[in-house]
Ligand binder design. Structure first.
Ligand code: SF4
Length: 246
């Protein structure tokens, strides 16, 4: 089983609990306006690795996985290579390694029975899903990413029904997601789920712009500012992450 991989990062501390070995997979069906990894969008130039090679690399860092650390698969969108991720997680669990999946959930399709069976298999070996809900409003989700949020929200419900631990991630972008109405609706949706142990508000940043320049891709959020500390606090308050904004 071969995986098409962009890169590895040993020592990650932001993609799940503890210290993590992070695997960035190549390929993504979304085109988020704020994406800071446009170099993962297509699979050109991917490095190809066998599952066993990746497991061996990850296990070199097992000594650092105390305090809840482990392996995170990110991207791009890792689930366009779901067969690889299933095999990888299955093997990592044999070594008792904590597994986290950083995904937009976009490829979930509850009506596709063949794919659904793969998700049923995947979650047997997945300890945590970092689910990136890009926008709670469907029209705005389409404008922001190019696709509907229907599968994303269905995936969130599926994870809840199956009691898989989830952290919700939400990027805060002025004029796009930084909006009381949308944040309140997102909180209402999250409150319908039974499995969310953390909500992460990620302030929009412009660190990826240089990659667009290097790739010759127009950056469509040119001129959009980063949110202020007060706006981030306010969003965290609306999402129930903090109890007051003082
Ligand atoms: S899902 Fe992630 S990798 Fe894909 S376009 Fe959006 S931010 Fe970029």
């Amino acid at each position: 089983m071969i995986g098409k991989i962009h890169s590895f990062f040993a020592g990650g501390t932001v993609d799940g609990p503890g210290i993590r070995f992070v695997i960035f997979m190549k390929g993504c069906p979304l085109r988020c306006l704020y994406c800071h990894n446009p170099d993962t969008w297509n699979q050109d130039g991917a490095e190809c690795y066998e599952v066993d090679d990746v497991v061996s690399q990850a296990l070199r860092y097992k000594g650092y996985f105390n305090n809840g650390g482990g392996v995170t698969v990110s991207g791009g969108e890792p689930l366009i290579q779901i067969d690889f991720v299933i095999e990888l997680f299955k093997k990592l669990k044999k070594y008792n390694v904590h597994t986290a999946l950083d995904t937009s959930g976009i490829i979930f399709d509850k009506d596709n029975l063949e794919l659904k069976a793969k998700f049923d298999e995947l979650i047997k070996y997945t300890d945590l899903v970092l689910l990136d809900i890009k926008h709670i409003d469907n029209d705005e989700h389409i404008k922001l990413t190019g696709k509907s949020n229907k599968n994303v929200l269905e995936f969130a419900k599926y994870l809840s029904n199956n009691k898989i631990n989830v952290w919700i991630r939400h990027v805060l972008v002025p004029d796009i997601t930084l909006n009381d109405n949308y944040l309140t609706k997102l909180k209402e949706f999250i409150d319908t789920l039974s499995n969310v142990s953390k909500i992460e508000v990620l302030p929009y940043h412009t660190m990826g712009i240089v990659k667009y320049k290097n790739l010759g891709i127009p950056y469509r959020l040119e001129g959009v500012r980063t949110p202020t500390k007060e706006e981030v606090k306010h969003a965290k308050y609306l999402l129930g992450v903090i109890k007051d904004v003082a």
